[in-house]
Design a protein around this ligand. Sequence first.
Ligand SMILES: [Zn+2]
Length: 133
Amino acid sequence: MTNAERAKHQFTDDDRCPLCADSVEDIDHVMRKCSAIFPIWILLIKEDKLDEFMSMEMKTWIRINLDNKKYFAKVSEEWDILFGSILWNTWKKRNSIVFDSPLENSSSLLERSRRLQTITFTALEQEDARKKG
Ligand SMILES: [Zn+2]
């Protein structure tokens, strides 16, 4: 639950983003607009698609990134896995601050996500190889 939702249900009186402390934390902010994540999207998203990427309705945004690897990403290879890894690691990092449980190492969000992308890709390849016998 984001801090905007937590505040609405009176679980907290601070609805600000724990990553930047600069804005109300809703899901659009934490996954796209936060200063902790936006530089990563600038790096990875095609320049002419960035406005659309940043403003698209959330469910459609997730669906397109998972289903159509070439639509937004500069490098489309394994984009679906990297995209999911970035969202997961953003949420993990945010939770580590909200619930005061520091992450075990201090590598960047993008480094963590690329590592998870590699691990996932390798596991999927091994699974394919195993199925083929
Ligand atoms: Zn933020």
